[in-house]
Design a binder for this molecule. Sequence first.
Ligand SMILES: *[C@@H]1O[C@H](CO)[C@@H](O)[C@H](O)[C@H]1NC(C)=O
Ligand SMILES: *[C@@H]1O[C@H](CO)[C@@H](O)[C@H](O)[C@H]1NC(C)=O
Ligand SMILES: *[C@@H]1O[C@H](CO)[C@@H](O)[C@H](O)[C@H]1NC(C)=O
Ligand SMILES: *[C@@H]1O[C@H](CO)[C@@H](O)[C@H](O)[C@H]1NC(C)=O
Ligand SMILES: *[C@@H]1O[C@H](CO)[C@@H](O)[C@H](O)[C@H]1NC(C)=O
Ligand SMILES: *[C@@H]1O[C@H](CO)[C@@H](O)[C@H](O)[C@H]1NC(C)=O
Length: 722
Amino acid sequence: MVAQSLIALLFLLCLAQATSPISTALPGCRTACGNLTLPYPFGMEEDCYMPGFKMTCNDTFYDPPKLFMGSGNIEITQVTLDNVFMEGLVARDCYGELSTSSHVWTNIENTPYTLSYARNRFTAIGCDTLALLYRATLVDFTSGCISLCADDDSVANGTCAGSGCCQTTIPMGMKRFDALLGSVQNHTTTKSFSPCSFAFLIDQEQFEFSVPDFIRFRSRSTVPIVLDWAVGNQTCGDANKSGSIICGPNSGCVDSDNGPGYKCRCNQGYHGNPYLAVGCEDINECEDPTSNPCVSICTNTPGSYICSCTDATAGDGKRDGSGCRSATKTFPLVQVVLGCGSGFMFLLVISSLIYWGVKKRRLVQMREKLFEENGGVLLQQQIASREGAARTAKIFTAKQLAKATNNYSQDRVIGKGGNGTVYKGILPDNSVVAIKKSMVFDRSQVEQFINEVVVLSQVMHRNVVKILGCCLETQVPLLVYEYVPNGTLSDRLHGRRDYSSLSWQARLRIAVETAGVLAYLHSATARPIIHRDIKSTNILLDHNYTAKVSDFGASRVVPLGRAHLTTLVQGTLGYLDPEYFHAGVLTEKSDVYSFGVVLAELLTGKPPVSSQRSREEQLLAMHFISSMERGQLFEILERRVATEGDRAQLEEVAQLAERCLRLTGEERPSMKEVAEELERLRRFERHPWAQQSSDEGSGRLLGITGYPSDMDSIDNISTPID
Ligand SMILES: *[C@@H]1O[C@H](CO)[C@@H](O)[C@H](O)[C@H]1NC(C)=O
Ligand SMILES: *[C@@H]1O[C@H](CO)[C@@H](O)[C@H](O)[C@H]1NC(C)=O
Ligand SMILES: *[C@@H]1O[C@H](CO)[C@@H](O)[C@H](O)[C@H]1NC(C)=O
Ligand SMILES: *[C@@H]1O[C@H](CO)[C@@H](O)[C@H](O)[C@H]1NC(C)=O
Ligand SMILES: *[C@@H]1O[C@H](CO)[C@@H](O)[C@H](O)[C@H]1NC(C)=O
Ligand SMILES: *[C@@H]1O[C@H](CO)[C@@H](O)[C@H](O)[C@H]1NC(C)=O
């Protein structure tokens, strides 16, 4: 019974998975700033945005937090794949006030954004108002409008045609504008009903002039401006030719009509984020009963759907088409024959239904039993106790996975470890996955297995191997992960000879990435997670050697309000924190120790345990520490590291490793400190081949608004107006 409701539950979870909103950001990236959500290519952290699309969330100073373009002062109020909305400044000039704000400017040159000529209008409000719009200098480009009125009775609501309010369009491709206000009579004749002039660029869809605006705009300092954006500086055709086009699968390219560059759009029948490598996903038109396009039978197909009618009816089956009507009458004779036929068919169908019913029940019973034995109940409890845990994991059937791995054929084996074999699998949609199958299976492993599913599906980080799902109805549970093609860090460092060795730069990056994951696990999630088995065989490398931390089977979630856990000692020789080993007390610092060993491996290229060293120095940690103490660091560094690395930088990394390897946890730095320190060291990499382009590119981006420091007098503008 329990199992039955469980299957129902998992079925619901799978459904929930299918209908859950598709991800629009890179995994592991922060997407929210207050109640704003940023789809990729926008992002707030390094590696999370496309060059130029950086945004900064200021949540230390503002509550609710505010989002800013690049690292400038332009506040952003909405970010979508279509447009970005910013807060523009209002120029004002009031009777009797010496105003410094009669000139405002906005500059978004060197950014991928352009002021939308379709949506924005340069607008001025007032009854003694001259408003100028120009680009940096009056010579370059000048436009503007005049609004004059004798009294407010002559002003009509809703129109911006020169009486109380005037408007003008802006040219295409505009990235900088200056708004400057002036008056004919210093508002002396209009001060009783319109004491001020205002000028601004505004989204016309969010503005309708009415007489009270004469006063209302006194307390309004910002207005919404719509920005267009585009990627690259080429047309679709040129980008396609040069192979730099970035639109993902199931999407197409559209040239920007407001400056250089292009945009990607999902093809008809698909939705999602076309800028992500996964591209757009098929819309399941049949899924939502309220918008189901068919009256009877709906079949989803890639990019579309097919409506059909039941045998007894005919038509195109479409809700907005002819629907399904009962079939046209056939001749009586045919009808009789058909009648007998269907009676026989009816019997046949009933009997086979009974047969299949029995068979299916037996099959279901067997699956239920396996499901239960494989920890389905435990998984259910875990899922119930941790919100969101099952959000990303999908339940695969045994058949799907057997097919994907060619029946677990030997030539599909990509890795073997103490507790299982990993196969390369190819799913029907041609996506490649890694499938882990435990060798033997007992109670203790059920727990590890559940732990892995639950922890991994909670952790969404770009340097953590992604779990795609599991299969519970087999003899041993199977886990399905994203496929990481370049093997393990251990293989690269001390494994097969046919592997080329890693550059120091790549090693440092891998260290930064791994440290980042651990710092995240320890502090960024709601409850700290201790990995407990950090080692070079658990750090996988993807196609461009980005680190993906794997194997969360041993990891532990620290209960709220507890600093440490007492557990059965578990880990790998050579990486095991000596303090944890002796006292059985697990803290985050145990991961710091294991990470220190990985750092020593990266520096020296030596394995964590070696019988070729003296007894006291069989463990790399010991060997490393004593060599450091003897001042022999440069003797134990791997040759490539010593020649490629900067001496001072190598010394600092080695000292950091030494601090991680201190015998008492308290003396070790926190993972956050380690991550920050490594990141700092990496940034100061002095090699000519070091690349940090994405970072530096965005640092130059402007995105500024302001009031000029020198005051503009009215005289400045009276000339060009007439
Ligand atoms: C976001 O928060 C701001 C201020 O708290 C509010 O004005 C705005 O309506 C919110 N937007 C959405 C989409 O909830
Ligand atoms: C947040 O804004 C305040 C005030 O403008 C500024 O001083 C501070 O440096 C900003 N913080 C960040 C993280 O940008
Ligand atoms: C203009 O609109 C305001 C409110 O928006 C209203 O009070 C006023 O009566 C309107 N004037 C005319 C002439 O319709
Ligand atoms: C408007 O004010 C300025 C400075 O306050 C003054 O120099 C100018 O003469 C005034 N113009 C008129 C028409 O009152
Ligand atoms: C286009 O962008 C590329 C790379 O960002 C840059 O090297 C090139 O100079 C740009 N071309 C133009 C015409 O701006
Ligand atoms: C790029 O060019 C190829 C052939 O030259 C064409 O098949 C393809 O559709 C083009 N892609 C885009 C996005 O324009």
